[in-house]
Design a protein around this ligand. Structure first.
Ligand code: MG
Length: 366
């Protein structure tokens, strides 16, 4: 976290809904979305510099909603005028204390807008602000829930885009047999793709072991078993990793640094999927620090986010360095892009090297 930033007084915070239609519904084991019901936060500094932040609540993931995020951020708008935006961590801590526990996406939007404004003002790109370790990441792309035929077609489409690593949502209706049918169709379409199998905490122990057995009998070795079991079942996660011999990632199990510490102590995961939307950027930095100390690998992911929020996550992970897994594909699922700028993508390779100040994303026409 390099640069010293000059104090910068906040003039205003404005908040509006950001609704973006999806090309196809985005399904996970516990629900699905037809459009991204997000929130755009705009911070203006007293010198006229503007910064933008996005909240992407995902009700099926953790119960946060667009209406709650709008309300939480509108509540912060009145008290923020005159505050020093470089104290973004302090402003965020007060916001989170007032808004309660389910405000991760809103906190992320507020922190992003403040950070974007102060780094734009200084001409510092966010990837450099976050450490400057690097500017590139290789992202996977997700096959969401659907029939085996749809999954096979989606896998072909992913390979045609030049993306190598495939993430598959598992644990939907139909249990291990339905999952195996979809996974088999994907492996047939993309035999050499590393597979990340994401259960979104929707698989019970019996079904989990069943699925491991079925995968082994087909000779399929996933690169990562992401959060198959309920988020509290740290013991089960540890056993799943030991019994399968495959890497286990914690996603829903880790929102805060305290959660990361519990996962580390239980030996429950080899990798933690960090998302800025879970509890905001301040907390995500703490999770990274706990994971590094515990020797746990780093993954960057997100909710159903536009290029704005995903560029911030790309700057975070590339700038911090050491992220072996990246899942920053959701702009590809959107039917419209209401923004200019953001990360560039060639095949699965994301780059933020061209971003010269802040996150570099602005609303069309701004
Ligand atoms: Mg996940």
């Amino acid at each position: 976290m390099a640069s010293a930033l000059r104090p910068a007084s906040v003039r205003s915070l404005r908040v509006v809904p950001l609704n973006i239609p999806l090309r196809v519904p985005f399904g996970i084991s516990r629900g699905s979305l037809d459009f991204a019901a997000n929130v755009l936060a705009t911070v203006e500094l007293s010198d006229g510099t503007v910064g933008y932040g996005e909240a992407a609540p995902f009700p099926a993931y953790n119960g946060e909603t667009q209406s709650a995020a709008l309300e939480q951020l509108a509540g912060a708008a009145s008290g923020i005028a005159g505050r020093d935006a470089t104290d973004w961590k302090g402003i965020s801590a007060e916001f989170r204390a007032r808004a309660g526990s389910a405000c991760g996406a809103a906190a992320c939007a507020l922190e992003t807008a403040l950070l974007d404004a102060v780094t734009r003002r200084e001409g510092v790109p966010l990837w450099r602000y976050f450490g400057g370790a690097g500017t590139e990441l290789e992202t996977d792309m997700t096959v969401t829930t659907g029939t085996p035929e749809e999954a096979g077609r989606a896998a072909l489409d992913i390979r045609r885009r030049g993306i190598r690593s495939i993430k598959v949502k598992v644990g939907g209706p139909g249990g291990a047999n339905a999952d195996m049918a979809r996974i088999s169709a994907i492996v047939e379409a993309a035999p050499d793709s590393p597979l990340i199998l994401d259960g979104n905490a929707g698989i019970g122990r019996a079904d989990a072991w069943h699925l491991v057995t079925a995968l082994k009998s087909r000779g399929i070795s996933p690169a990562l078993l992401e959060q198959w079991l309920p988020k509290e079942d740290l013991e089960g996660m540890r056993a799943l990793g030991l019994d399968s011999g495959w890497k286990v990632a914690a996603d829903e199990s880790v929102t805060t640094a305290a959660d990361a510490l519990a996962v580390a102590r239980a030996g429950a995961a080899n990798v933690i999927n960090i998302k800025l939307m879970k509890a905001g950027i301040v907390e995500a930095l703490e999770v990274v620090s706990v994971a590094r100390k515990a020797g746990i690998g780093l993954m960057i992911g997100g909710n159903i986010e536009s290029i704005l929020a995903m560029t911030v996550s790309a700057c975070f992970a590339a700038g911090q360095g050491g992220f072996a897994f990246a899942d920053l594909d959701t702009p590809l699922f959107m039917a419209e892009n209401p923004f200019d700028g953001g990360y560039s993508m060639e095949g699965g390779l994301i780059s933020v090297a061209h971003i010269l100040s802040g996150h570099g994303v602005v609303p069309l026409g701004a």
